[in-house]
Structure formats: C-alpha cells, structure tokens
Design a protein around this ligand. Sequence first.
Ligand SMILES: CC(=O)[C@@H](O)[C@H](O)COP(=O)(O)O
Ligand SMILES: NCC(=O)COP(=O)(O)O
Length: 248
Amino acid sequence: MTTQLSVNVNAIAYLRNRRDLPWPSIIDLARLCLDAGAVGITVHPRPDERHIRTTDVHEIKALLQEPAYQNAEFNMEGYPEERFLALCEEIKPDQVTLVPDDPSQSTSDHGWDVPAHADMLSDVIARMQSFGARVSLFLDADPDMVPHVKAVGAERIELYTGPYGHTFEAAAKADELAKLKATAEAADALGLGINAGHDLTIQNLPPLIEAAPMIAEVSIGHALTADALTHGYAQAVTLYRQACGQVT
Ligand SMILES: CC(=O)[C@@H](O)[C@H](O)COP(=O)(O)O
Ligand SMILES: NCC(=O)COP(=O)(O)O
C-alpha cells in the first residue's frame, strides 16, 4: 500500500478570512492540489468558522463533482455536534473524521477516550455510515485504545501525530514514533484502516511511513502550506507525495 496525501485547506481559509476578499481562492488551490496528485481535500469546519466556512464546504463538494475529480476524496473533520453532523449528511463526504475538540481549542491536540463516549460514538458512526461515509476516529498513539474503536464500528483510526511532530530531541522523537508504530500495528491486526495527521512535515513524514507503512492516508495542511510559500503549492504537493513514498 502507498500512503496517500489528502491536503487540508484550513490554513488557506485562515489567510483568505483576513480581509473581506475572495482570495486566496480555496477552490483554485484545491484544484492545483488535485491536479498535482493529492488523493483528496480535507477540511475541519469549526463552529466559529475561524477558517473553513460552510460555504467553502459546499464549494469544495461542487469541485469534487466535476468529471476530472470524480475519484478524489473529501474528508470532513470535526466534533460530532449536531451542526457538523447535519452538514456531513448534506455534503455526504467520502470520509468523516471525528475529533474530540472543544470549540474553544486553538487546534486539535488529543484523541478520543473512546470508552468514555462509546454510546454517542456508536450512534454517530452509524449515522454517518448510513449515507455511505467511511468513519475515522482521531486517536492518540495508544494501542490499548484500538479495540474500542473496533467496538464502536469505525472503519479507520487517524493517528494524532502532534506529539511526534512537536519533538525534536532524538530520544523523545524515537519514543513517540514507537508508540505510533505500535498503535498502527494494533489497528492493522484488527482490520482497521490507518490514517495519520497533525504537524506532519516533509522531514518527519518519511520515518513515520517507514515505521508504519500500512498508513493509508495522511492529511496535511499547516506545514504543507508553509512549504508552499517557498516552493509553490503544486510543487509542495509533489514534495509531500514523494515524502509519502509516492513516485511522482
Ligand atoms: C484533526 C487535526 O489534527 C487537524 O486536521 C485539525 O483540523 C487542525 O485544525 P486547525 O487547522 O484548526 O488547527
Ligand atoms: N488531520 C490532520 C490535518 O488534516 C492537518 O493537520 P496539520 O497538517 O494542519 O497539522
């Protein structure tokens, strides 16, 4: 399996929202990403619309319905509150990634305590699957949490890679990578798909993929957008696809 790249466009929306102007265009840049070989687009429409707005979600959906992008995937991330779930039912993305974020959080910084929310998650997962979405649960690197994901019916986990991306001292980085590897292997053994994301970079991606080659998809936004300021957006996508081990 080759790890696929889904580009998160939250950061583009942040930049666009600085002024009451329609540029940078999320749709134009999403088109660039897909044409450069990204498997799909990821958004995280937060309740305060600090970056991705509901209108953006509808416009991306329309883009992915164009003939050229029929095979592209739409991944919607968010906390399972009613507004987000209703939007998912309206948009019908290919994948819904459930994230345990409080609305006040500055960004996603932890995975689910699945047993503590098992009944709610089971119901939400079934609700999202009823329109055909694949459901992924955002998870800390903890193999013991994996069987609970299986029990609530999700198809995938998304490994929260922030602690790995935030460490720079070799021993700490090795320790975080080992935890990610063990969690990916536990999920693979139970037949769960494995995604990964948060603070992944061109530098830290190859060791992650080497440690856990069964990772099906990484969703990357912040560092890719930063690198796009240097290399251009299409070239940045190519560089990240190469870091995923894809031949471009
Ligand atoms: C779930 C995750 O780690 C990211 O996809 C998250 O969407 C980042 O959110 P912000 O772009 O709002 O920081
Ligand atoms: N799920 C992770 C994601 O979509 C983007 O995270 P980041 O690359 O912006 O940290």
